[in-house]
Design a protein around this ligand. Structure first.
Ligand code: DAH
Length: 338
């Protein structure tokens, strides 16, 4: 019996040492030390051994067991570390390889200017309103004191959808729409797309405007000037001056064109400002009482101002862009510059 154990220990030890894989080692563990393993079975047969031999048998078998266990553990460790080394070799990452370039977009200059203006005006308590781009002739023209056949309609080259429907030619269309829904006082900006049948270096058929209007008791032209001066200073720097020139718009009375000192030459005179030192930047005025009548406001109780500006025009002056047709092209080489 004792020699059987020794023989078993020897074969088992041999097999374990010659095992070719982790799986072989694990199978051998089951074969010899598992519940029904060859050595386990011997251990269980201890009862059948004559009492005087039990001690020797017991110690031999326990010694064989721990011998095999440690042989198994060391083989397992060997195969596990081989496996690890192999995967470290195969899955090696070269952290010095240059990264792959993933082109990222950036905000369009029109969007940047629009966002900047919205931040400035909401900071002054203006709220943002929107209106439809396919607009009734009524809101685009009639409600703004431009009845059908009014000569001022010729100032804007309109895309007509039908006799009564147009692509809005300006964001001023949002004025009466908003006033109809909101009683005074109000402070509103209305940014958005507008359409005109026109195309050259300074005109594209679809561009962006921002309309602003404020109605309350005792609003004066000086309020208009203060708000516009603040906005020009924020966008173009506080050295910029503005001036108001008399003009005409059917929806404001009095009306003005606002010029700012030329951002290119600082007012000395250059090509951009046609040697005048001034650049026209937006239209504005005191809201014509006819508009209040159209909107259902009491025309004798309230006064207010309105202004409208072209976003692309502001962007062109701010970033020094000399051709408005670059805006809708979306060429990344152009967009990446801002
Ligand atoms: N709607 C005018 C345009 O597109 C711009 C404008 C001028 C808006 C004067 C106004 C204003 O609100 O008061 O040419």
């Amino acid at each position: 019996m004792l020699s059987e154990i020794e023989a078993l220990r020897e074969t088992a030890g041999d097999e374990i040492n010659k095992a070719g894989s982790l799986k072989d080692v694990q199978d051998l563990k089951v074969k010899y030390l598992g519940k029904k393993g060859l050595l386990t079975v011997k251990l269980r047969s201890m009862g059948a051994i004559p009492p005087e031999e039990r001690r020797a048998f017991g110690s031999l078998i326990n010694e064989a067991k721990s011998y095999l266990e440690s042989a198994i553990t060391s083989q397992e460790n060997r195969f596990r570390s081989d496996e690890l080394n192999q995967s470290l070799r195969i899955e090696k990452i070269d952290v010095t390889v240059p990264g792959r370039y993933i082109p990222a977009g950036q905000l369009h200059p029109s969007t940047k200017v629009l966002d900047e203006l919205i931040t400035i005006f909401t900071g002054l308590g203006f709220t943002v309103a929107e209106g439809p781009e396919v607009e009734l002739d009524f809101y685009n023209f009639e409600a703004l004191n431009m009845p059908k056949e009014h000569p001022a309609r010729d100032m804007q080259d309109t895309f007509y959808v039908s006799d009564d429907v147009v692509l809005r030619t300006h964001t001023s269309s949002v004025q009466v729409r908003t006033m109809e829904k909101t009683p005074p006082p109000l402070r509103v900006i209305a940014p958005g797309k507008v359409y005109r049948c026109d195309a050259d270096v300074s005109h594209i058929p679809m561009f962006h405007q921002l309309e602003g209007f404020m109605v309350d008791k005792n609003i004066r032209m000086s309020d208009l000037k203060g708000v516009l001066e603040l906005f020009i200073h924020r966008v173009f720097g506080s050295n910029t001056s503005i001036r108001l020139r008399p003009s005409f718009f059917p929806f404001t009375e009095p009306s003005a064109e606002i010029d700012m000192s030329c951002v290119i030459c600082g007012g000395k005179g250059c090509n951009v400002c046609s040697q005048t030192g001034w650049i026209e930047i937006l239209g504005a005025g005191m809201i014509n009482p006819r508009i209040y009548e159209m909107a259902g406001y009491a025309p004798d109780k309230y006064t207010g101002f309105a202004f409208g500006l072209g976003i692309e025009r502001v962007a062109m002056l701010k970033y020094g862009i000399d051709d408005i047709r670059l805006f809708p092209e979306n060429d990344r080489r152009f967009l990446a510059q801002f």
